[in-house]
Structures are given as C-alpha cells and as structure tokens.
Write a protein that binds this ligand. Structure first.
Ligand code: NAD
Length: 361
C-alpha cells in the first residue's frame, strides 16, 4: 500500500518519540512491502513560535489530505512557559481541540493492557494482576455533557449552574457501530456503560446500542452501570474487551483503566471519524521535564502507530508485528527509565526505537 501520513511532532518529548515511531513504521514498510510518505506539520507551542497561532489552516489542510495523522504531544511547562501567558485560544492545547474539531474525530480509543513483564507496576493486588488484562475503552468525544448548553445564573441571591447532557440517536449509533466493528478485530465482546437507571440520555444510549448489536450477532453485548464499571475495573479488569461509553463516563473510566496498568509511557490512543481516518497519539503529555535528554519512552507512540496500521489501514498483520516487537523487547529485559526495574537493561529513547525496529519481522 501507498500510505500518506501527516506527523505532528509537537513539543517537549514529541519530536523524539515521533522519530522513533517513524523508524518502526519505516521498518514495517520495508518488511511488508508498503510505501509510507511522511509530511510533518507544526502544532501547539512549535506552531506558536513560528506562526503566532497553535494551528494554521494550512496545517489542517495537510492533515485532512493525509490517510492518517500520527502525533507526539503538545504543550510546555504550564507554570514557566511563555505559551501559557497567551489568551486561552492561542495556547498550545487550542491547537489540539482545533484539529480534533476540524477532522470531526468523534470516537476516542484507549487501550489499557497489562504486559506480563510490567505486572509489578500494576497497583492492583497480585491475585488480580496475575490474570492480566487487555481492554479498549471507546469514548464518545464530541457530544454529551461537555458540549451541551451550560450557564451560571443568580436567582434570588443564590448562584446556580446548569450543564446539559444531550445525545441524539445518530451520535450514539455512529460510535456504537465503531465499537462493534472494533470488537470484531478483538475478542468480540462489548460492554456498554451507562447510567440507565437514572438518566434519559443513558436509556436512549442503551436502546440504540441494542439496535446496532442486532447487526453483530457474532459480538456479545452486555450493559453495565457506570458506578459498577468503576468498581469492576479494579476488581476484575480481565472481564473487559471493548468498553463503549459516552463522553464524561469515558473520560473518567479511561483514566482509571490507564492507571491500573501503572505505566504512563506505554499507553496509546486513537481518535477516529466516520471514515477510516484517525489521529493517533500517546495518552501522555509532552513531558517537558525530560525533553531533549533521550530518555523518553517511545513505546506509547509506537503502539499508537500500530493502532493506525490496524484501524486506518486494516493492516492487522503489520500491527501484530509491531505489538509483538514491543512484547519481545520487554521480554528481553530492555526498559526506558520510566518502566525500569532491577535486573533490566536501561535504554534511551533512540535505542528503544532501534531495538523495536530490529524486531519487526
Ligand atoms: P505528562 O504526561 O507530560 O507528564 C507526566 C509525568 O510522566 C512526567 O514526569 C513525565 O516526565 C512522565 N512521562 C510522560 N510521558 C513519558 C514518556 N513517554 N516517557 C517517560 N516519562 C514520561 O503530563 P504533564 O506534565 O501534566 O503535562 C505536560 C504538558 O503536556 C502540559 O503542557 C500538558 O498540557 C501537555 N499535555 C498534552 C497532551 C496531548 O498532547 N494530547 C496530553 C496531556 C498533557
């Protein structure tokens, strides 16, 4: 395949980790006979420094013309960087919100995987972590409470604030379809999470998810209330395959799920629109405290690139090869500083990229 990928190196450790992900993708292209064309664009602080704004129309146009976008991360030290003296609409994060909106990315995917070799970092009891887990949280990203009408008023001297949680059936259907499609690439189980015992929006969510499920008889559907799901994530995380949920529940549950893995440098993510297009990025930030030192862990970005191969390009074999390379490198005892444990071999960011690329077969 001939693949056009727009890269956003971004700020802080972004350029270092994106360089390693490109290295691994280039090896995939060489081994599996693809051509990958990379075009870099500026976003966040890097764009502010050159253009005075965190995202230009030209950068958006370049991203839109690509088959997929691979991003590092954006932003600087929020207390010392001059970027944070700018008005909010000109700060680095405005670039991220702007590109998500421009690309209509409504589905956010965050895998939470416990690797055997990193089980010691898992904060759960050993009898729970021993079973391992490999789940994917699919969160609706452009609707619900964060986008509903809101206001703060004063009535008879009492301040009152109102937020509204709105979903229409089309918004629910398109994310449910994504969730079931993706479950077909995994273990074929969807846990739809809602608060249908209280909220009308959740009752509609449940109905529409059931309608979509009728088209996927090969995928098991279960419903779970969000409060129960929050408990089950720490009690028995191995039960989950795809967790499908609305915006705010997904925001909270995906952070909870990622924390039970215990390894921030390992967490990939993807945001998709209703075509095969997606923006792929690590879940962590730009880590300005370690930027430029060649010590960042590039694995979250490399695993995000694997998600790009799987979900935007349907190159499952190639995605499997990248994920297998990550497992192999961990098995051989190589670790960046953030996941280091006694007896392992400490590597830098570039060396980790070299090791991963060498294990793509
Ligand atoms: P962070 O995720 O950047 O860092 C938190 C801690 O984890 C730091 O100690 C950092 O050194 C460490 N860390 C993170 N990624 C690592 C990696 N790959 N390897 C080794 N260690 C790693 O969070 P923060 O410090 O709260 O935010 C820093 C900046 O990143 C802020 O400007 C924030 O707004 C931005 N941010 C951007 C995104 C994004 O681009 N999507 C997401 C979150 C935060």
């Amino acid at each position: 395949m001939d693949l056009n990928i727009t890269c956003i190196p971004g700020d802080g450790i972004g350029p270092e980790i994106v360089a390693e992900a490109k290295k691994v993708l280039e090896k995939v292209a060489a081994v599996y006979g693809h051509k990958m064309n990379f075009t870099d664009i500026l976003m966040g602080g890097a764009s502010i420094d050159v253009h005075g704004v965190p995202l230009t129309d030209e950068a958006v146009a370049t991203a839109k013309a690509a088959d997929a976008v691979l991003m590092g991360s954006i932003g600087g030290d929020t207390t010392t960087s001059p970027w944070y003296k700018l008005p909010p609409n000109l700060r680095p994060e405005a670039g991220l919100l702007g590109i998500r909106k421009a690309l209509n990315l409504f589905a956010n995917l965050r895998p939470a995987i416990l690797y055997d070799e990193l089980a010691a970092a898992c904060p759960l009891k050993e009898e729970i972590s021993r079973a391992g887990f490999d789940m994917l949280i699919m969160r609706e990203l452009t609707g619900g409470l964060y986008f509903g009408e809101r206001r703060t008023v004063e009535e008879n001297g009492v301040r009152k604030a109102v937020d509204t949680l709105v979903y229409d059936e089309n918004e629910i259907r398109r994310i449910a379809v994504k969730g079931f499609d993706i479950a077909r690439k995994r273990r074929r189980k969807v846990t739809s999470v809602d608060k249908a015992n209280v909220l009308d929006s959740s009752r509609l969510w449940r109905k529409v998810v059931e309608e979509v499920a009728a088209d996927y008889p090969d995928v098991t559907l279960e419903h779970m209330l969000v409060d129960n799901c929050a408990m089950q994530l720490v009690k028995d995380p191995a039960q989950f395959d795809v967790i499908l949920t609305e915006n705010m529940f997904g925001d909270i549950l995906s952070d909870e799920a990622s924390m039970v893995t215990g390894s921030i440098g390992m967490l990939a993510s993807a945001s998709l629109n209703d075509t095969k297009f997606g923006l792929y990025e690590p879940s962590h930030g730009s880590a300005p405290d370690i930027a430029g030192k060649d010590i960042a862990n590039p694995i979250a970005t490399v695993l995000s690139a694997a998600m790009m191969l799987r979900y935007s390009f349907d190159l499952d074999r190639e995605a499997d090869a990248v994920e297998a390379a990550v497992k192999q490198v961990l098995k051989e005892g190589y670790r960046t500083g953030d996941i280091m444990s006694p007896g392992c071999k400490k590597t830098g960011c570039r060396e980790m990229g070299d090791l991963l690329a060498a294990r793509i077969v």
